[in-house]
Design a protein. Structure first.
Length: 72
């Protein structure tokens, strides 16, 4: 169950960071909108590394490339 929330939070944060979905869309679409990083805060390289590790584990390498480009 916790893993489902982690998955949802990371995916929602990725979608928001990359412009795939707007905050309002996520809140409207999700019964319980969860984010890995507070949408009002800037992410740091540690947050991005955690997200990259998650997408490596799910074999979504295209997302890893996008997140790597966002690192400072």
């Amino acid at each position: 169950m916790i893993e489902k929330f982690i998955d949802m939070g990371i995916i929602n944060t990725y979608d928001l960071m990359t412009g795939k979905r707007q905050f309002e869309e996520i809140v409207k679409e999700e019964e319980l909108p969860i984010f890995f990083i507070n949408p009002e805060e800037k992410c740091d390289n540690e947050d991005l590394d955690t997200m990259i590790d998650y997408f490596v584990s799910t074999e979504e390498y295209e997302k890893c490339i996008v997140l790597t480009k966002l690192k400072k």
